[in-house]
Design a protein around this ligand. Sequence first.
Ligand code: NAD
Length: 453
Amino acid sequence: MSREQSLVQRARKAFQTGKSKPLEYRLHQLRCLHRFITERRRDIADALKKDLCKSDNGTELFETMSLEGEINLAVERLAEWAAPKPVEKNLLTIADEVYIQPEPLGVVLIIGAWNYPWAITLQPLVGAIAAGNAAVIKPSEVSFHSAKVMEELLPLYLDRDLYPVVTGGVSETQELLKQRFDHVFYTGSGSVGRLVMEAASRHLTPVTLELGGKSPCYIDKDCDLRVACRRITWGKFTNCGQTCIAPDYILCEASIQGKVVDGIRQTLLEFYGADPKCSADYGRIINPRHFNRVMNLMEGYTAVLGGQSDASQRYIAPTVLKDVPPHSRMMQEEIFGPVLPIVTVSDMDEAIRFVNEREKPLALYIFCSDKLAVKKMIEETTSGGVTVNDVMMHYTLSSLPFGGVGQSGMGSYHGKHTFDRLSHMRACLVRSLGMESFNLARYPPQDRQRARR
Ligand code: NAD
């Protein structure tokens, strides 16, 4: 028996004892997870520094704060989320109890990605614990130091049988995927997402796929370009562009392209100084493979801003490209790096067509002061989520379901959405054995019914 198989079996056995079900137990584990984050803040930040050159501020803002927020919300609302929900009755059930009872699914497999290794791997875990499940946690091997800290320290805080951490790469993940789970929650690329779904289908296991894609950012000519550029620059170049909901490219009219470039130039100076390589706030590409991938994408372009790189540090400067052809390779695959192409369009209608001709994105960003035009663009496009006059901020709201649509993913989470996603909503009808006369109409023989009429 492989290590993965025995860990999954142990998690299932532990789940079957029923210990993960009582609300008190779930709350206790959630509080332990919170304690882990508070007490091990330094270990987490150090690991992220080694993996992605993340600043302490970046760790706080993008990893631990959202995680703590999700745990606090779950602790506060768990009783309400887990309570049976009475629903409407019909005439035949008027005297009965009719309700929906959320119940745990069983053993959940969580496969995380490397770009925000803590938030992405542990946020689904918050919902899994809250919903009363066991969960096998598989952090990405690509963010090696974070995975190591997670494997070594998390079991000191959480129940080791119910919530084991499995580290390793492709072969370990594939071994895990051979096992039977009750839900697989995967975050990463679409190509691996397909493999995950295929493996899960063998056991008829439902999946949540949090994938990526090219998230467009439209800038209308009549908006405050200074503010727009500052917000876009923040979202694009945070974590060195390795954010699933970073604006992938800009769509704008040719008449404002120069001003947009100027606005980004000014903001870059403000954020990272004259040489971003020396800034403590600017990250690095995760590994040489991704460094080469982004460098290859840039080949043949002359950067209007940035363009410098240093392979020894996996450094790529914040880079902006002008007048990028709509059908170039840059515009086919997700960039996932600090390169921001600008594609010009004649107006908002062309921008809408541009978005609709491509795969449904994970996020869409619209910078525009005309409320009617904003409504039109939202109505005539689709995406996992949309933020108007800012980027990425919809992610911070636990009340909004976070997830993709079409090629950018299936299923959503955050806050109660994670709890619902990882629960079975059991339909419950509890009748009494009385008032049998009301039921006679549905029983055979037909003749007796005719006679009664
Ligand atoms: P990755 O390489 O870390 O892979 C993700 C997970 O898949 C890892 O745990 C890894 O072990 C596993 N894996 C990799 N290859 C496998 C294989 N052949 N078989 C089985 N398992 C395998 O991460 P990535 O795929 O490079 O992640 C980047 C992508 O993730 C981007 O497209 C990004 O947009 C997307 N992403 C999406 C979200 C979201 O919330 N929607 C968040 C972060 C990243």
